[in-house]
Structure formats: structure tokens, C-alpha cells
Design a protein around this ligand. Structure first.
Ligand code: BGC
Length: 716
């Protein structure tokens, strides 16, 4: 592919300025088939005769800076002899502020386009049109664009075309076939409410915190201005509040042409629920604007439902958290000046993610980037793709749990989808990660003495710290053990010799047990139980249960403890305590945020207090999926649907529900490649009734009694 196509640029191109390439095709014969191969350094939007090519928004996506994906479009029906192809290119992830605010590479680093059109004529002859100096280029009507800041468009702007230049010194980047899932427009939200805020702003509420953009349509005079800003939450007075976006301006400006204007942004996205109308040619009405939800085109596979409206809203928030943060890569949040592929967030959410949606291909692509960006010494950068940032490659900043994305996510894809191929592909990366820890720890068989994120945002954090008070060396060592065990299992599946990893695991386990004799926090107890560190599980489970009760049935855990907390409880005889946490309505809890009106998952348990005051503007996202990982407890423990390790991908299933009197009913459904598994329980005439559907052989455990069944529908 791209044998003769060149990277072409606008010689005089600055950061934030979109450019527009053009080629008049001037074909002499009738076309039988035409295919466009295209990619860019930056993000592109291609059109043929004014009609958008394909439906991949923000193509070519977000990848390691070592590679860029190209896309293939059948354009047979779009082109004619006199057609023109034009392509707008903006900074995107390549050169924008997402590189931690820097103009990385300076003015020499240019946005660029590479394309090739292969044509087969009706007479059997062929033609290839490639990007070269014969293409023209100008500054785009999108006068300013940045993923964080938004788009500024002047519909009347007309720059003169000049010849494109060949990019003399392009960054070394491999052009590869599209591997990920296209980001597409998914659904449209109409304004729920247009109203005046107490301080006189005109605000629009779309009713849902979401990721995407919007489309405006308005009759205007030439030069009329549309100016919009977005936010996730209103302040305690009901006024617009976007200080939590930090340096991301998240604005939109559009200068109208005469007559009817219809426009939606092409090279940016926003995370928002509310919009402030700073300027509009007319009094804005619901018909003038709609919000368009964007995310990777992943298929929904998992559904949860209960008798509690609050819990159902939580389930919805978890789904929206995933929609909002599965935009080509798994991001921490979609709104502020981050939107990065933070590995730790993906580690803790990936199990839930695999049940909610088919994210097999989505993560496969991201894991390719992870392996590519993994450093020479085996360290996993904290964000994948690695954008330019401070040097994290040093051992002093290691990042347990964050780096374990390299082992936990491939193994989860194996469990949920039976994807053995991903294990093959990632195995070297997984082994290198273990080698990295082994070589950098200060104390053999532990992971100690390195800077860690700890139990990130744990509520037991010391004053002024983001890190919960759980022992960071303990957390790191537990994940060192866990990842080593996953490498051993993976190696075994692949038929490799794994005694080295099995022995290493045993040694780490023994050393952890010897070193960390007691567990002082909820997170430490949860990890000790869940990862089989505790030797006296009964005692530790009782301790954890007591800690939670003493705290008024409330948790204190952060990013690391939370995903395992409820599992640790229900697996050790304390399902009711787990339910108490799940159904807790007062702060801190999942349902607290729901009662505060959340429509997505908050980054902090205390993102907003009861008085409607915000935790801080420094780091307070209202769309951070990490705590949404509680959904896997509902699928797996509350409804009981478990993968079976040696029959992965739900070739067989274990169903072992934990009902409670606190809910009238609860159900989970997962669509697998073998069919739909569903598990529902409800109270009926003083007893619990279970309805289970399995498309595969299953082990069903009800009240401690095991039933081996073949596919079918079962009622207990
Ligand atoms: C991100 C988190 C991330 C963390 C790690 C934050 O700024 O938003 O989700 O995992 O940094 O330090």
C-alpha cells in the first residue's frame, strides 16, 4: 500500500490551524470500481464533491506515535469523471494540546496527508492517483481546532489554494492497516430544557453527560456569530461551571454565512451535559441544536436490571461512562485537559467493559499500542498511547495496577471472549513487564521502594494527598504476584515452559505473607482476600466486614480497592455487606452520586457534596469510568455469571447467584458468541425464584447445591 503516495503538507502550517487538501480527479473514462486508501498525521475528514467519505469520525484514530492506521473506503458510488476530493486535517492527537500542552516537535512537525485512489475503469484499464505536489492545499474554514479547546469556524473564510509540498522530514511512523474499531456517531440527544440560569446565561440541558459534538442549524446574516461553551455540572446556584475542565477551553465558535447554516464540528469532540449559549443569531430553540454522541462502534452485549430505580440509574451511568470513554482508546475522562489512555483506569474497568460491550477488537488495537510504547526496560508508560509528557520511564515512578494493564487486560479478553490470539500477541510484552519489576524492585520478591499511585483517590488518603493510606508496597507486590500468575497461566495456555514464573509467583506470595502480616485498610483487606494472599481468610473477611460496619456500611476505597471490595466480601460469606455497600445511598457510595443527579460515574466519591459544592477544580471529572467496575460484581456475584477458566469465552459457564432481600429482583444478561446467558432472581411467595438461561453446558449453584446442566432454560 502507498507505494508512491507521499506525505504532503501545507508549507506554512501552524499548530491549531486546520488545512484543507484538494485534488480534482479529471478522469477520462467511466469508473467501474474506485477505492480510497487514506491516512493523516493529525485527524482528517475527507469529502468527495462535498459528501463525507465514510463514517469514521476523528480518523485515523489515536495510536502510538510509532504507527498510524490507514483506512480503506469503497468510493465507487461517490466519484464521477469530474469529481474533487477534499480533505480537512487538524492537529488531533498528533500535535494538539493533548501532548501535555506543548507544541511537540515545534513548527517543523506538520500535519500531513497520505492518500491513494485506485481506479478500475469499465474498459478494464486501471489508474492510481496518489498524494503528491499536484494536490492543492489551503488554510481551512476551521480556523482554530484543538481536541481540548474545540473548533472555531468561519464559514466565509476563503484562502487561496497553493501547491502542496512533500513532507521532507516526516516523523518516522509506520503506516499500518486499520486495526481498531471506527469511532462513529451513535445517537442524537435533543435539548431537554433551554433555560436562563440565575446569573442570566442561556443554558441548554441535554439530560445526559456524554461525549461527542453537536449540530447547529440557523438562519443567519453573513457574519452572525454562534458561540457555545460546555460543562458537565451546574454549580450549587444552578450556574454554568466548567472550572473542572482546567486548561481545556471546550468552546465552539462559528461565523455564519448568509442564509441557512447547518454545521457540526469535524475535527474535535467535547464531554458535556450542559451548554452555555454565549451568542446565537436568533433566540435559540430546541430545533436549532442537537447533541450527537460519539464513541467507538462497539456492540452492546451486557444488560443489568433490578427492582431499584436508583440502582438502574447506576447501571445506566456505568454504560454511559463506558460510551463516553471508549473513544478509540480507553480514556480516563472525555472533558478536561487529559482524555488520555490512562492504563490503571482501563485495568480496573476492563472486566466490566468486556461484559457490557464487545470490546475485543477495541482492546486488541490498544494493546498493540501498549506493546509498541512499552519501554526498552519493560516499563509500561502510564498512558497508552504515550503522549509527550514528563519522563515516567524511571523506576522511581513505576505504577503498579497501571502497568498491570499489560497482563490483566489480555487475560480478560481471553476469559470473556476466548481470545487465545491476544495472549500469543501480548505474551512477550507481558513477560517483559514482569522482568521490569523484578529488575527494579528494591527488595527481591516484593515490589518495593518505587513511587506508586497507591490506592488512587482512596477516601482514607492523608490530608492533601490523592493516594489512599493503603501500603503502596503491599499493593504493588500483590499485583506483581497477580501479574506473574497471569503470565504463568498464559504461558501454559500457549504451551510454553512456565516453571520460572510459577516459582517466582510462589516466592513473591511467600515474601508478601512474611512481610505484610496485617492489613490495616479496607483496600488491603480486599486485596489480601481477592488475590489469595491472606492465609486466614475467615479472619480477614471478618475484619473487613467489621471495618465496613464500623464505618456505617460505607467504603473508603479508591481506584485499586473498589473493584475488588465487593467480590472479596461475597466470596467470603459477606454478600449482605457487599449489598449494603452497593445499595448505600448516603456519602460515600455509588448511589450517593445517583441521588445527586449523576448520569455518569464520578472520578471522586466526593465530586460534589450534599450542598452542591465541588470537591476541587484541580481534578474533578464527572465522567470517569473506574468506579463503574462495580458492574462486574453485579454480573458475576449478584447474578452469578462467571467465566470458566479452562472453557473461556463462555464455552461453558458457572452460574452462582447471591440474592438478597434488599431487592425484589435482579437480572443480568450477557450476549456471548455461543448465545445469550441470562440469570434472574426474584422473590416469589416468600421464596427466591431463579430463572437461568444458558446456551452452553453450565454448572449452576443454588443454595450451595451444584447442578450440572446442558444448554436450556432452568427455574429453581
Ligand atoms: C487521571 C486518572 C489517572 C491518574 C493517575 C489522573 O489525572 O485522570 O484517572 O489514572 O491521573 O495518576
Amino acid at each position: 500500500m502507498f507505494e508512491n503516495a507521499k506525505w504532503i503538507i501545507h508549507q506554512d502550517n501552524k499548530q491549531y490551524e486546520a488545512v484543507s487538501f484538494k485534488k480534482e480527479l479529471n478522469l477520462s473514462k467511466k469508473v467501474k470500481k474506485a477505492t480510497l486508501y487514506i491516512t493523516s498525521l493529525g485527524v482528517y475528514c475527507a469529502e468527495i464533491d462535498g459528501v463525507r467519505v465514510g463514517d469514521f469520525i476523528l480518523a485515523p484514530g489515536f495510536t502510538s506515535r510509532k504507527r498510524v492506521q490507514y483506512q480503506t473506503y469503497d468510493i465507487t458510488k461517490m466519484i464521477d469523471t469530474g469529481s474533487t476530493i477534499s480533505v480537512s486535517v487538524g492537529d488531533g492527537w498528533y500535535k494538539g494540546k493533548i501532548n501535555f500542552g506543548t507544541d511537540e516537535g515545534g513548527p517543523e512537525k506538520k500535519k500531513a496527508l497520505m492518500a491513494e485512489i485506485r481506479i478500475l475503469y469499465t474498459d478494464g484499464t486501471k489508474d492510481v492517483i496518489v498524494t503528491d505536489e499536484s494536490w492543492l492545499v489551503k488554510k481551512d474554514k476551521i480556523r482554530y481546532v484543538d481536541l481540548y479547546d474545540g473548533e472555531k469556524v468561519d464559514a466565509n473564510y476563503e484562502d487561496a489554494y497553493v501547491n502542496a509540498s512533500i513532507y521532507g522530514n516526516p516523523p518516522s511512523v509506520k503506516v499500518v492497516k486499520q486495526e481498531g474499531v471506527y469511532v462513529k456517531e451513535q445517537e442524537t440527544l435533543r435539548p431537554l430544557r433551554i433555560f436562563k440560569s440565575p446569573n442570566g446565561d442561556t443554558l441548554i440541558d441535554f439530560g445526559q453527560n456524554m461525549t461527542g459534538y453537536f449540530e447547529i442549524n440557523v438562519d443567519a446574516k453573513i457574519g452572525d456569530r454562534v458561540a457555545l461553551s460546555v460543562c458537565e455540572e451546574l454549580d450549587k446556584y444552578g450556574n454554568f461551571y466548567n472550572e473542572n475542565y482546567r486548561d481545556a477551553k471546550a468552546e465552539f465558535e462559528y461565523i455564519c454565512h448568509e442564509g441557512h447554516n447547518v454545521y457540526k464540528p469535524r475535527l474535535a469532540f467535547w464531554g458535556f451535559r450542559y451548554m452555555r449559549v454565549d451568542e446565537f443569531p436568533t433566540e435559540i430553540k430546541a430545533d436549532n441544536i442537537k447533541a450527537i454522541v460519539l464513541h467507538s462502534d462497539i456492540k452492546r452485549t451486557g444488560y443489568l436490571d433490578s427492582s431499584s430505580p436508583l440502582l438502574n440509574q447506576l447501571f445506566s451511568n456505568i454504560i454511559w461512562g463506558q460510551k463516553g470513554n471508549f473513544l478509540d482508546v480507553p480514556t480516563d475522562c472525555p472533558q478536561r485537559d487529559e482524555r488520555q489512555g490512562w492504563t490503571g483506569d482501563a485495568t480496573v474497568f476492563c472486566r466490566t467493559a468486556t461484559y457490557n460491550y464487545d470490546v475485543n477488537q477495541f482492546f486488541t488495537k490498544w494493546l498493540s499500542d501498549l506493546a509498541l510504547d512499552q519501554e526498552k526496560n519493560g516499563h509500561i508508560p502510564h498512558i497508552i498511547p504515550q503522549t509527550i509528557c514528563w519522563d515516567w520511564s524511571v523506576a522511581e515512578h513505576s505504577g503498579a495496577v497501571w502497568g498491570d494493564a499489560s497482563t490483566i487486560i489480555p487475560y480478560q479478553l481471553y476469559l470473556t471472549y476466548g481470545n487465545k490470539e491476544i495472549l500469543k500477541r501480548q505474551y512477550t510484552s507481558m513477560c517483559r513487564y514482569i522482568k521490569y519489576i523484578t529488575e527494579h524492585t528494591k527488595e527481591k520478591y516484593l515490589w518495593s521502594g518505587c513511587e506508586q499511585f497507591g490506592d488512587w483517590l482512596g477516601l482514607d488518603a492523608p490530608e492533601g494527598s490523592y493516594r489512599g493510606s493503603s501500603n503502596e508496597d503491599f499493593i504493588a507486590s500483590v499485583f506483581y504476584a497477580h501479574s506473574t500468575s497471569l503470565v504463568a497461566k498464559t504461558g501454559k495456555i500457549l504451551g510454553r515452559r512456565v516453571d520460572k514464573y510459577e516459582k517466582l509467583y510462589e516466592k513473591i506470595l511467600a515474601k508478601i505473607r512474611k512481610t505484610f502480616k496485617e492489613y490495616k485498610t479496607q483496600t488491603e483487606c480486599a486485596l489480601a482476600l481477592y488475590f489469595n494472599i491472606a492465609e486466614d481468610k475467615k479472619a480477614v473477611a471478618a475484619q473487613l466486614d467489621a471495618m465496613i460496619k464500623e464505618n456505617g456500611n460505607r467504603l473508603k476505597t479508591g481506584f485499586v480497592g473498589t473493584p475488588y471490595l465487593l467480590h472479596a466480601l461475597s466470596q467470603n460469606g459477606y454478600a449482605e455487606t457487599a449489598y449494603n455497600l452497593l445499595l448505600q445511598e448516603s456519602f460515600p457510595s455509588w448511589l450517593y452520586s445517583v441521588k445527586q443527579g449523576a448520569t455518569t460515574i464520578w472520578e471522586h466519591w466526593d465530586g460534589k457534596n450534599e450542598k452542591g459544592e465541588f470537591w476541587s477544580k484541580a481534578m474533578n471529572s464527572f465522567n470517569h469510568y473506574a468506579y463503574g467496575s462495580v458492574a462486574d460484581w453485579v454480573y458475576m456475584e449478584a447474578c452469578g455469571i462467571h467465566t470458566v477458566e479452562d472453557k473461556p469465552g463462555f464455552e461453558e459457564v458457572l452460574i452462582s447467584p447471591h440474592p438478597t432481600n434488599k431487592l425484589d429482583h435482579l437480572s443480568a444478561r450477557i450476549d456471548t458468541k455461543y448465545g445469550t446467558i441470562s440469570s434472574k432472581w426474584y422473590h416469589f411467595e416468600g421464596k427466591v425464584r431463579y430463572e437461568i438461561i444458558t446456551p452452553v453446558p453450565a454448572t449452576i449453584i443454588i443454595d450451595g447445591k451444584e447442578h450440572r446442566v446442558s444448554k436450556g432454560t432452568y427455574v429453581f
